[in-house]
Design a protein around this ligand. Structure first.
Ligand SMILES: Nc1ncnc2c1ncn2[C@@H]1O[C@H](COP(=O)(O)OP(=O)(O)OP(=O)(O)O)[C@@H](O)[C@H]1O
Ligand SMILES: [Mg+2]
Length: 223
């Protein structure tokens, strides 16, 4: 469902040039759960960003469900991404002025989804165990609860692919485990997931681990 072919990404020029991705090829089949590991600065977030279409590659190809997305113009990219790719960040990125259920509804509103958007958002909130918090704003929720709202928002319009960049980076062990259990359940139900993590314990839950080093995929531990 996803193919990254010989992707490179450079930032800056001359002295300031940084090669964040140096020829990365990665294939993800439908239903996979891939963990991306590697030292700080090796290009993990950059890889996730180019898959998600948040950043452009310098060369190579990104193919999502048979369609090249790296060559799309900005508008087509946004339209293609919407509903197909969802993102979960370390810093939840919820909108502070909206309640939990309104945050979850947002992708449905943006996509002009048919049906009862509020009801659908409530169903998903129930799935992440937060129906009783539906009317709370992010500032009234714990970190783990906010991340569960962010996950609910990510999956509400049934994306083909969920990208997560250290989604449990800020959490204590217990909360982190709740969030990971949730990703595992989503994957059991067929959701394709690519997750960046520093934690080998977390990576063990994934079906496949990819190690990056200096912008390249390496075999073994990458150490
Ligand atoms: N906008 C940018 N401009 C210039 N260089 C950048 C930019 N974004 C990232 N980089 C550089 O690209 C390299 C890869 O960064 P990236 O954020 O992908 O690393 P990472 O593996 O996610 O690291 P971490 O584990 O610390 O999050 C780093 O050397 C970083 O400094
Ligand atoms: Mg990163």
């Amino acid at each position: 469902m996803l193919e990254v072919i010989n992707a490179t990404k450079q930032y800056g020029n001359g002295e300031a040039r940084v090669v964040a991705l140096n020829g990365v090829s990665l294939t993800a089949e439908r239903g996979e759960f891939i963990a991306i590991m590697g030292p700080s600065g090796c290009g993990k977030s950059t890889l996730l960003n180019v898959i998600g279409g948040l950043e452009r590659i310098s060369s190579g190809e990104v193919v999502l469900e048979g369609q090249r997305i790296d060559t799309l113009d900005e508008n087509s990219l946004v339209a293609t991404r919407r509903g197909k790719i969802a993102y979960v960040f370390q810093q939840y990125h919820l909108l502070a002025s909206l309640t939990a259920v309104e945050n979850v509804m947002l992708p449905l509103v943006l996509a002009g989804a048919l049906g009862d958007q509020h009801e659908l958002a409530m169903d998903i909130l129930k799935k992440v165990g937060l129906e009783k918090r539906a009317g709370h704003r992010p500032s009234q929720l714990s970190g783990g609860e906010q991340q569960r709202v962010a996950i609910a928002r990510a999956i509400v319009n049934n994306p083909s692919l969920v990208l997560a960049d250290e989604p449990t980076g800020n959490m204590d062990q217990k909360t982190s485990k709740e969030i990971l259990d949730m990703f595992c359940r989503m994957n059991d139900e067929g959701q394709t997931i690519i997750m960046v993590t520093h934690d080998p314990g977390i990576a063990r839950l994934a079906k496949r681990v990819v190690f990056l080093k200096d912008g390249q995929i390496v075999n073994g531990t990458g150490e």
